[in-house]
Design a protein around this ligand. Structure first.
Ligand code: AMP
Length: 276
């Protein structure tokens, strides 16, 4: 595995890679969910590039940019056997003085995560567009865990005619159902137990949908009530939405994205599932 810390180094190494090139952008503090994306990239491409960049522009002023978990040594050991190039830019390399161009996706960024985290998707869309231009992959791999992010990135690639394929892959979970996330490390043991409430609420929604429930409001109310039974949890939103437009549904007459954001103490967790 080679490492590049500057755009120039990344471009030079990219020139030596056999194609097709698969790319996995991350913020590091890797877990098996990230590695599942790298494994798929490895299986489908001749070369694999992974980036680790905690992107300051996608964090709000009161969010956890400063404290976001970082462990580069451990991350490098986890990637060593499967990655050809690891791209590790720092913030001034990605945002030099005078940086002033932003990618904004209208519409689907107004809702859900976009509503709770103003400016978040502008930061995500901008950094991903930059990374795609720097790495020039044939395929890029993202988790369904961040379903709205995946939808936003697909829209950027389509609207801006970027010549690559965006591939979304399933959420990896802990044995008790909690979606793997770098932020799970913030949870103390009691909060870690409480955090399973997101998965339990999504499972309840799936069960209810399987039994024929078509009323999205009743489903949202059921999920909300279940999460509210957990004293450690505070709901930000629960949603039953169209998976493409992310608009809330009234009647579930098509596959629906059930998603939620829940605070467990000072940690904000998100999770989702598609109700077929
Ligand atoms: P992050 O480092 O949190 O920015 O995540 C990097 C990529 O890994 C994103 O495409 C995420 O959607 C994906 N990812 C995060 N958690 C999981 C998970 N539990 N299973 C699968 N992919 C994930």
């Amino acid at each position: 595995m080679k490492t590049a810390r500057t755009v120039a180094e990344m471009r030079a190494l990219r020139g030596q890679l056999a194609g097709p090139v698969g790319f996995v952008p991350t913020m590091g503090f890797l877990h098996q969910g990230h590695l599942s994306l790298v494994d798929r990239a490895r299986a489908e491409n001749a070369s694999v590039v992974v980036s680790i960049f905690v992107n300051p522009t996608q964090f709000g002023p009161r969010e956890d940019y400063q404290t976001y978990p970082r462990d580069l040594q451990r991350d490098m050991a986890m990637l060593e056997s499967s990655t050809d190039v690891l791209f590790l830019p720092d913030a001034p390399e990605m945002y030099p003085p005078g940086f002033n161009t932003w990618v904004e996706v209208a519409g689907i960024t107004d809702r859900l995560e976009g509503a709770s985290r103003p400016g978040h998707f502008r930061g995500v869309a901008t950094v991903v567009a930059k990374l795609f231009n720097i790495v020039q992959p044939h395929r890029a791999y993202f988790g369904q865990k961040d379903a709205q992010q995946l939808a936003v990135i697909k829209k950027v690639v389509s609207d801006l005619n970027m010549p690559l394929e965006v591939i979304g892959l399933p959420t990896l979970r802990e044995p008790d159902g909690l979606a793997m996330s770098s932020r799970n490390t913030y949870l103390n043991p009691e909060q870690r137990r409480a955090a399973t409430v997101l998965y339990r609420a999504l499972e309840m929604a799936r069960q209810s949908r399987r039994s024929g429930e078509r009323d999205a409001s009743r489903l949202r109310a059921g999920m909300l009530a279940l999460v509210q039974q957990e004293p450690q949890a505070r709901v930000d939103y629960v949603s039953i939405a169209d998976p493409n437009t992310l608009e809330e549904l009234e009647e579930i007459d098509r596959p629906a994205l059930a998603s939620m954001a829940v605070w467990i103490g000072t940690t904000r967790l998100i999770d989702n599932t598609v109700l077929e």
